[in-house]
Write a protein that binds this ligand. Structure first.
Ligand code: GLC
Length: 423
């Protein structure tokens, strides 16, 4: 049990080693994720750390939606306080939370050398290491192997092939009596996840990354408009109108219930789909997201989570120790095998058990290596506003309230307004 009361914690400590622990045992509060098997794994390992060190861990449940979680932390940090010692930090947050996180450099030491350098660089702001990499994400196309076979289809390579396959399976299954069967589910709610999905469409069409590396707003272009128009065409044809309110877990709920032929989601959804109670166990394939006809490849947005320590923690040493335990090779291996969380340590990918549990991790190495970053480095503190403007514009197009060309023109103006003279 993770939420141990002070009393029980003392008993634990006494039971282990009265002399070494009594003076130093502390309580560290960790905000694990709150979706899928995130909580289960995070709590399990945090508890193992508590047992090993004689400390106590308390679990804090942040909102499931990363946009809301970020808002909550910012609110707490603005008061120079936080209810948590250790928090999960999205790969797009270091620039936003930079003034409120502990520099972990001295704690991490050489440990950072074992992680992908690009993620360590992403988490280093002004020379300070603000988070240790925990797992990395990229957008993937989940498909039903059995249904592609049933309808004589191949894994779709282009968006056109994809939409045609989704339609064929949806029509076939509905005719066969499954009236609410869907072709495709994805994340189109107005939040950070929609920015990730929309960036994939735009980028796969060669429409850039909203803002380029020099800080120029590039989103108002014909390729981006085509990409958003394509996605708007899916709503109510191959995807339910409800996707306009779906985040990752809603999409997974439909797909895992056997009610959709395709799903766009992150790696974590794989292990859940393979659980013994899953109706689609053994029927799921994972492929790169489709590309535009004629293009070399599609695009996957880079995601992922890191562990950070609040600058306002009263127990920074213990909190940092917990972070290093949670991100070590053994923990990442266990999370990869049992939770399909992509490790941030290249060595862990070479582990046979990891490969056997998650065939896609090796077969999609290219997808992970070439994933597209959101424009966080260049926009720094202003990234949340940028992303919100982008998901709002995308949501308007998807819900039929605006034409892509108009929405992107307006978005360009809004982004330049947020930028003012500089990012
Ligand atoms: C995943 C990604 C994260 C992204 C979020 C959006 O959790 O890892 O980077 O911001 O999805 O919903």
């Amino acid at each position: 049990m993770l939420k141990i009361t002070g009393q029980i914690a003392q008993i634990c400590a006494a039971g282990m080693s009265v002399f070494s622990l009594a003076a130093h045992a502390v309580t560290v509060t960790i905000a694990c994720g709150s979706s899928g098997n995130d909580v289960e794994f995070c709590q399990k390992h945090a508890e193992a750390w508590a047992k090993k060190t004689g400390n106590t861990v308390r679990s804090y449940s942040p909102p499931n939606n990363p946009t809301e979680a970020l808002a909550l932390y910012r609110q707490q940090f603005a008061a120079k306080a936080s209810e948590v010692d250790v928090l999960l930090m999205d790969i797009v947050w270091p620039g936003v939370l930079r003034d409120h996180l502990l520099d972990l450099t001295k704690y991490a030491g050489d440990a950072t050398k074992s992680h992908f350098p690009a993620i360590v660089a992403n988490n280093t702001v002004g020379g300070k290491l603000l988070g240790v990499p925990w797992y990395t994400d990229a957008g993937l196309l989940y498909y039903r192997k059995d249904l592609l076979d049933k309808y004589g289809l191949k894994i779709p390579q282009t968006w056109d092939e994809f939409a045609a396959a989704a339609k064929k399976i949806q029509d076939g299954e509905r005719t066969a009596g499954d009236k609410d069967f869907q072709g495709f589910v994805f994340q189109a709610k107005a939040y950070e996840g929609l920015s990730c999905n929309a960036l994939e469409w735009v980028s796969s069409y060669g429409g850039g990354t909203i803002i380029d590396a020099d800080g120029k707003v590039t989103i108002n272009n014909p390729s981006a408009a085509k990409a958003l128009t394509m996605a708007a065409g899916w709503i109510g044809t191959i995807a339910p109108k409800g996707v306009l309110n779906y985040s990752e877990e809603e999409a997974r709920g439909v797909f895992q219930n056997g009610k959709s032929a395709f799903m766009r989601n992150w790696p974590y959804a794989y292990s859940l789909s393979q659980k013994s109670e899953s109706p689609i166990k053994g029927k799921v394939g994972v492929a790169p997201l489709p590309k535009q006809a004629g293009a070399k490849q599609g695009a996957a947005t880079l995601g992922g989570w890191n562990l950070a320590v609040s600058k306002y923690s009263k127990n920074p040493d213990a909190a940092a120790d917990l972070v290093l335990y949670m991100t070590n090779a053994a923990t990442q291996k266990d999370r990869a095998i049992r939770g399909s969380f992509n490790p941030t340590r290249p060595d862990t990918y070479r582990d046979k058990e990891v490969g056997a549990a998650n065939p896609f991790m090796a077969s999609l190495e290219d997808v992970f290596a070439n994933s597209v970053a959101r424009p966080t480095t260049v926009t720094g503190l202003k990234y949340p506003e940028v992303s919100q403007a982008f998901w709002d514009a995308s949501h308007e197009v998807l819900s039929g309230k605006a034409k892509a060309e108009d929405a992107l023109k307006k978005l360009e103006g809004r982004l330049n307004q947020i930028k003012r003279n500089k990012w």
